[in-house]
Design a binder for this molecule. Structure first.
Ligand SMILES: N[C@@H](CCC(=O)N[C@@H](CS)C(=O)NCC(=O)O)C(=O)O
Length: 204
């Protein structure tokens, strides 16, 4: 059965498009934007939070981009969750990027290019950038001697962390002090599945 992903490519739904492409599942992007689409009465039963992305897979309805990603991976590309303690580490990285990286990246992004100029707060942008640099320093240490977060091959941990950091990468956050992070992001975002999702987003 075709999985429905609600959203638009130029939103956090990008993360799920990348995951769906990695997983090789049959899916349909149900175009729903984050201004009017999420407020349509019919969308309330899909995601009562009135946010995108959301997903429907048979009777299963989900929201939260990174949880949707893990569902898609389990369904179509379970090898992206390594055996043993792999799932625990994938969960750790997923919660880390959601709670430690995303708020910092958002504070920087909203106050640098997303809000209209009159709404931007330079202090909040600088604080977000500083917090984001702290997290990038963590990644830089972890990536010392390894190509991917869990070792030598791409996993769902890389998918979730890199799909969040795509925003900073695409909006030219200065990564010069984090060469291993830059090389790892370049590597993840050049994967064929990522390129297919990027083609949707970057054309939008
Ligand atoms: N934690 C959620 C955040 C979802 C989210 O904030 N989505 C934005 C679009 S990228 C949205 O729908 N915003 C609409 C609103 O806040 O009114 C996730 O990762 O899925």
């Amino acid at each position: 059965m075709t999985i429905k992903i609600y959203g638009i490519a130029k939103s956090r739904a990008f993360r799920c498009l990348w995951a769906a492409e990695e997983a090789g599942v049959a899916y349909e992007l149900v175009s729903t934007d984050f201004t009017t689409g999420v407020k349509a009465p019919s969308f309330a039963s899909v995601n009562p939070n009135a946010k995108i992305p959301a997903m429907q897979d048979g009777d299963l309805r989900m929201w939260e981009s990174l949880a949707i990603n893990l569902h898609l991976v389990r369904k179509g590309a379970p090898a992206l969750i390594p055996a043993g303690d792999g799932l625990s580490l994938v969960e750790m990285w997923t919660l880390w990027v959601a709670t430690e990286v995303e708020p910092a990246q958002s504070a920087w992004g909203y106050n640098t290019y997303l809000y209209p100029p009159e709404k931007r707060d330079a202090k909040a942008a600088a604080a977000g950038a500083a917090a984001l640099r702290d997290r990038l320093a963590v990644l830089e240490r972890v990536l010392d001697g390894r190509d991917y977060l869990l070792g030598s091959s791409f996993s769902a941990a890389d998918l979730n962390v890199a799909s969040v950091l795509y925003s900073a990468w695409a909006n030219k956050f200065d990564l010069a002090s984090y060469p291993r992070v830059k090389a790892w992001l370049d590597r993840c975002l050049a994967r064929p599945a990522a390129m297919r999702a990027r083609a949707m987003r970057e054309a939008a």
